[in-house]
Design a protein around this ligand. Sequence first.
Ligand code: DHE
Length: 546
Amino acid sequence: KDVSKPEVNYQAGGSSLQGVEMHQDINPKAPPMTKAEFEKARKIYFERCAGCHGVLRKGATGKPLTPDITLEKGIPYLETFIKYGSPAGMPNWGTSGELTDEEVNLMARYIQQTPPQPPEFGLAEMKATWKVIVPPEKRPTKKMNNYNLDNLFSVTLRDVGRVALIDGDTKKIINIVPTGYAVHISRLSASGRYLYVIGRDAKINMIDLWMEKPDNVAEIRIGLEARSVETSKFKGYEDKYAIAGSYWPPQYVIMDADTLEPLKIVSTRGMTVDTQEYHPEPRVASIVASHFRPEFVVNIKETGKTHLVDYSDIDNLKITEIPLARFLHDGGWDASKRYFLVAANKSNKIAVIDAKEGKRVALIDVGNIPHPGRGANFVDPKYGPVWATGHLGDETIAVIGTDPEKHPQYAWKVVRTLKGQGGGNLFIKTHPKSKHLYVDTPLNPDPKVSQSVAVFDLTNLDAPPKILPIAEWAGLDDDGAKRVVQPEFNKDGDEVWFSVWSAKDKKSAIVVVDDKTLQPKAVIQDPALITPTGHFNVYNTQHDIY
Ligand code: DHE
């Protein structure tokens, strides 16, 4: 792939929707394909192309590729595009060696066919996959283990469809739990007892941390492709509801948090925020739970809108639709947890929602493709409370004022711009007890940069960052890619954990850094730690501390 376009390669990572039957009649105007060719092309399309162009090829961050457009272009034109890429962001799938000339030709023919539509996934389909492994009445009535659960880490083992539960105190693996494929995130119930994880294949696993050996107690598939799960956090609704959003079908579902029983499904199909045109495939990106109201904040990519979903009466569901900007992706709370800041990544903006008043307060221009993860909150020596985001498309970190009461002149403005190591940043992190801001760059094309992190001194933000060679500290003796991804603090805020992420057949590790000395404190390596990516501290995730 064209290594200069990390953000494109990053998006092109969907699953193949394997096992899903989609028969397609050949469009008589399109170049012919056999059924086997069509199937092969369909699989390649879902794995490589759908992330940018959309399952229905209506266009998202990539251009639309519907037959009314592609038929006119013809095979040689399309082949050239697929093989060599374009300056606008299309990767060079052919010359990079990802696709052979034969496959390039196959894809050029395939995208002239009518896009096959994957099946819908309603209540009946969800219920057919739903399993309560240990019913609530058979679960422990008190904590049955001696683990310090607040300091437990849930680590995604991406390519093997598992999570590792690691004791943050002893750094020992407690259990390896089977899950869906490539778990994207882990989230906690309000009480901290239950851990919910969601795979790309839209499978949710619910893990009871009170068991002698924490393990699965319920599971369900809520669609064919998904990224987000969350639980109700408002007072009086603790551990009551869970919610998950899917990419396909475009919808979200509210579930009983004790059993994962699906209760209410809401489609996100509808009009886009700006041109107000119908979009058939608006994917659900991040979801957070409000602390100020019984509401979920559901961010929808292609329409650029956020739904505030009031769960106080789910039979008479009230949804407030907030217009933001395209394409909403990830975000986090400010330190007061009143304001939610979310990246509209192709608009190069951060949007701010006031969760107390239930409305939009700002749209802030930032750098190229903001990608905050959940972002980082700290008190800037000059500008007061701020929240920061890094960017996939450039080396900057945008620092935004978040205190409209005491620092109104800086609120919702970029008050400073820090310079990191380079583009390809995914996550940044600090902790209320730390004086450091950590910035990863796993998608930077230069291995020196993708294998290290930049650390800023929050008391002296004018100084250049220190660079920590995290992958080198892991001491892995093979030639794995060793991308260093996602800083995450322990409960006490004195250690930072990083995944050193290599391919499935190479060694990976977790490196723990001492936040005071910025020296390595521990390396967790185990044959079971295959492709670790996201890793979530229970206490910090439960309480939205970042
Ligand atoms: Fe993620 C968060 C979607 C690729 C690791 N990712 C998110 C969220 C979304 C999302 C919507 C926010 C969830 C929330 O907060 O509710 N991610 C996508 C994609 O669509 C994308 C670009 C391409 C894809 O096909 O999935 C993508 N993500 C990746 C990766 O390649 C990463 C690095 C490794 C992996 O596991 O696939 C990756 N994404 C993560 C992590 C988080 C995340 C670790 C949570 C960060 C946090 O601190 O909360």
